[in-house]
Design a protein around this ligand. Structure first.
Ligand code: MTE
Ligand code: MO
Length: 307
């Protein structure tokens, strides 16, 4: 298990490391026992005595060969074929809007300040297939803290790189480019929300959104925007690509919900990747199995209206 960790904590600062461990213990306490998946999945190797991981990750091959990244084409194998052309180094992320320290942040500077950990999360596409991914990355909250969120900010907007010379799919107007996404600030600050930099302890394959992509495990996969170049703090709900393309089918929230059907198909069950085309479907879980951790974010909201 130790080999699955890619620890980029540069200065072995004892205090920082202790804080990190405390936080993980805190999180295991918050998650409780017996939850399938959730934060417990990220505790592999942690010295907390927490319940061992109960999720079995999909293979590296599955995860990196069956992708949605429309900038490289709309077939599941297009990203694996064409995303190699994406230049991912150097990379910088513009952080702007309602922040204390707006600017262009070089990825290596960001990474030098972040603790990379492994989180094994369920991943559920709106198309009703799913997989389990051992992500490496850090909490989005830690990146936002680096930029300093101003008190009036309510939402976070994200933007993917747009490179006409490197992305064969952007010739086609399947979506309005660049791909954009957004979260409410409290969703963005939630400890489950991460910025992924790798899978299986290796750098993120380009087709999975290198060098930096969002992962929001309780929402449909399209919220997890890839190859991010800009993060904007705002007080208005940001536009999102799939909502712009078809507001009736894709809402801003897009929380995984077996009780709310897509207009063209049921969301009550899903096909697990790796099980083969004819494998039986399994029931979809509310908030993708993270209900205990995130349901309070939506207290009092009608999830059928705010889908
Ligand atoms: N920029 C960008 N981000 C994107 C997409 C995309 O087409 N472009 N597809 C989304 C969808 S629909 C899904 S299901 C996930 C797929 O992530 P994966 O290919 O790493 O499994 O990425 C999401 N992020
Ligand atoms: Mo998706």
């Amino acid at each position: 298990m130790a080999m699955r960790w890619k620890n980029t904590l540069k200065e072995s600062d004892v205090t920082e490391e202790a804080t990190f461990m405390n936080r993980r213990q805190l999180m295991s306490g918050a998650a409780g026992f017996g939850i399938v998946g959730g934060i417990a999945g990220g505790l592999v190797g942690a010295p907390t005595g927490a319940k061992a991981d109960t999720l079995t990750p999909n293979s590296f091959e599955d995860i990196s060969n069956y992708c949605n990244f429309y900038e490289f084409g709309t077939s599941k194998d297009d990203p694996a074929k064409y995303a190699g052309a994406l230049t991912t180094s150097p990379w910088s992320v513009k952080i702007d809007g309602m922040v204390e320290a707006p600017g262009d942040y070089a990825l290596e500077d960001i990474l030098s300040k972040m603790t990379i950990e492994e989180r094994i999360y369920r991943f559920r596409c709106v198309e009703a297939w799913s997989m389990v991914v051992p992500w490496n990355g850090f909490e989005l909250a830690d990146l936002l803290a680096l930029a300093g969120v101003q008190s009036g900010a309510k939402y976070v907007a994200f933007e993917t790189a747009l490179r006409e010379d490197e992305m064969p799919g952007v010739k086609y107007p399947v979506l309005e480019w660049p791909y954009v996404e957004g979260l409410r600030l409290d969703e963005a600050m939630h400890p489950l929300t991460m910025m992924a930099t790798g899978i299986y302890g290796k750098d993120l394959p380009n087709q999975n959104g290198a060098p930096l992509r969002l992962v929001v495990p309780w929402k449909y996969g399209f919220k997890s925007i890839k190859s991010i170049v800009r993060i904007t703090l705002t007080d208005k709900e940001p536009a999102t690509s799939w909502n712009k393309a078809n507001a009736r089918e894709y809402g801003f929230y897009s929380n995984v919900n077996p009780e709310v059907s897509h207009p063209r198909w049921s969301q009550a069950s899903e096909r697990q990747l790796g099980g083969g085309l004819f494998a039986s479907r399994v029931p979809t879980l509310k908030f993708n199995g993270y209900e205990e951790e995130v349901a309070s974010l939506y207290a009092g909201m009608d999830l059928k209206t705010h889908f």
